[in-house]
Design a binder for this molecule. Structure first.
Ligand SMILES: *Cc1c(COP(=O)(O)O)cnc(C)c1O
Length: 406
C-alpha cells in the first residue's frame, strides 16, 4: 500500500526529485497555524512563527500570507523574512548575542521589538539607536527559573541556562532600561524551552511574569505586551503532548482584565509534523551483533537524533511490507553518532524508500555539508500540486567559496 503526502505519492516525489528529500504538506502548515489562532481567539495574539525551526523562504512566505509575525534569532533570519515578503512591523528579534551590525540592520528595517537578554545588550542597543537617531523598541527576556522538563539541550528557562535576565535582577534591569535615552520599553518575554510535554511549566512561567508586570506597574513602568515564547511539544512517538486549548484557556484566564497584548513564538508545533524526510535504502548490513539499514540520508540532513537522541518514527513507504528486522537505521557519515534511529523493527531492502516522519522542524534548518554532502532538496505539496522550494545543492555550490583560492 503506497503512502501519500496530501494527494501525491511519496514514491513519485522520490523518483521525480531524488533523495534525500524534504517534503512538506501546505495543508498541515495552515492547519497548525489556524489551531493556534482558534485556541487563542479570545486574546487575538500576534503569532510570531519562530523562523529557526524551518527557515525556507517559501514556508516563511506561506505563514506571512496567513498573517503570521516572526520570531528571529539573527540578522540573517530577519533578511529571510523581509526577502519572503514578511512585515518588518511583525518581527521580533531574540537571541543572547546580537551584534552591532545585526542591531543596526533590525533598527533600519523597523522591527516590532528586540527581546533583550542582558544589561550589556541594553547598552549596545541604546548606543546603536542613538547613533542612528532612532528609538529602539525593547522587551526584556526574563528567565523565570522553571524546569521545562524537556531534553537538557532544549531547556532554556533554568538559572543555569545562558538565556534571559534573572528574575531577581529584572526590576533593576527595567529601571535601567527606562533611564536610557534611546530605548522604548514595550513588553516582557520568556522562552523556557522546546518540545514541552507538560503544561504546568508554561503556565507557571506566565504567572511569574505577571507578578513582575504588577511590580513594574507599581513603579510606573507600564508594559504593552507579554510574549510567552515558543509553542507546545509535538508527537514524535507517543508522548502525551499538551492540549493547545487548555494552554490557551489557562493563559487567557491569567490575562483576563489586563490591558496586555499577547505574543506567542511557536516554531516546532507549526512545522514539525508537516514535514517528512524521504530516504532510500542503500544496503542492509547484517553485523555480528546488530543489523544496519544504511540509507542515503544522514546526520547532516537531520541532526536531531545525533544531537538530542531524538526519536523520529520511520516506516517503509510501502505500508505493511514484510518481513521486519530489528535494526539501526544509519547514514553514510563517518561518525558512530550518525544514526536516524536505533533498535527499530522495520522492513527494508536495498532500493526501498523510507519515510522519516515529523521532520519539518529543526531538520532542513540544521542541515550541514559535513562529509561534503550536498544538502537535500525541499518540496511543498498542496493537494495534487508540488513545488520545489529548495533546489538540491550541487558540489559546485558546496566548493564555490574555496575554488578561487586554489
Ligand atoms: C527556539 C525558540 C522558539 C521556538 O520554540 P519551539 O519550541 O520550536 O516552538 C521561540 N522563541 C525563542 C526565543 C526561541 O529561541
Amino acid at each position: 500500500m503506497t503512502q501519500f503526502c496530501e494527494n501525491i505519492a511519496y514514491s513519485y516525489l522520490a523518483e521525480h526529485f531524488g533523495t534525500p528529500l524534504y517534503v512538506y504538506s501546505e495543508n498541515a502548515l495552515t492547519n497548525a497555524f489556524r489551531a493556534y489562532e482558534m485556541a487563542f481567539s479570545g486574546s487575538q495574539p500576534l503569532i510570531c512563527y519562530a523562523v529557526k525551526a524551518n527557515s525556507n523562504l517559501s514556508i516563511i512566505k506561506h505563514f506571512s500570507e496567513l498573517g503570521s509575525g516572526f520570531d528571529t534569532v539573527s540578522g540573517g533570519e530577519i533578511a529571510r523574512v523581509l526577502a519572503a515578503g514578511g512585515a518588518a512591523k511583525k518581527i521580533i528579534f531574540s537571541g543572547v548575542g546580537k551584534s552591532v551590525a545585526e542591531i543596526a540592520f533590525a533598527l533600519n528595517a523597523g522591527i516590532k521589538c528586540f527581546n533583550v537578554e542582558s544589561l550589556p545588550e541594553l547598552d549596545r542597543i541604546n548606543q546603536v539607536a542613538e547613533q542612528m537617531g532612532k528609538i529602539a523598541p525593547i522587551s526584556l527576556r526574563i528567565n523565570p527559573d522553571v524546569d521545562a522538563k524537556t531534553h537538557p539541550y532544549i531547556s532554556t528557562g533554568l538559572k543555569a541556562n545562558k538565556f534571559g535576565i534573572a528574575m531577581s535582577q529584572a526590576e533593576q534591569a527595567y529601571q535601567y532600561a527606562a533611564n536610557q535615552s534611546h530605548l522604548k520599553i514595550m513588553g516582557i518575554d520568556c522562552h523556557i524551552g522546546s518540545q514541552l510535554i507538560d503544561l504546568s511549566p508554561l503556565v507557571e512561567a506566565c504567572q511569574r511574569l505577571l507578578m513582575l508586570v504588577d511590580k513594574l506597574s507599581a513603579q510606573g513602568i507600564e508594559l504593552e505586551h507579554i510574549d510567552l515564547g515558543g509553542g507546545v511539544g509535538i508527537v514524535y512517538h507517543n508522548e502525551p503532548i499538551p492540549n493547545l486549548n487548555e494552554y490557551a484557556q489557562a493563559v487567557q484566564n491569567l490575562l483576563a482584565g489586563r490591558k496586555l497584548d499577547l505574543v506567542l513564538e511557536p516554531g516546532r508545533s507549526l512545522v514539525g509534523n508537516a514535514g517528512t524526510l524521504l530516504t532510500r535504502v542503500e544496503f542492509v548490513k547484517q553485523g555480528e551483533e546488530k543489523n544496519f539499514v544504511i540509507v542515503d540520508a544522514a546526520m547532516n540532513d537531520l541532526m536531531r537524533p545525533a544531537l538530542y537522541q531524538a526519536y523520529h518514527h520511520i516506516e517503509n513507504a510501502e505500508k505493511n511490507k514484510q518481513p521486519e528486522i530489528l535494526a539501526d537505521i544509519v547514514g553514510p557519515i563517518c561518525e558512530t553518532g550518525d544514526f536516524l534511529a536505533q533498535n527499530r523493527q522495520i522492513a527494508a531492502e536495498a532500493g526501498d524508500l523510507l519515510l522519516v516522519h515529523s521532520a519539518g522542524a529543526y531538520g532542513a534548518s540544521m542541515a550541514s555539508n559535513y562529509n561534503t554532502r550536498c544538502r537535500a532538496a525541499e518540496v511543498l505539496v498542496s493537494g495534487d500540486k508540488v513545488r520545489e522550494i529548495r533546489q538540491r545543492e550541487t558540489l559546485e555550490d558546496v566548493m564555490r567559496l574555496e575554488m578561487k583560492f586554489l
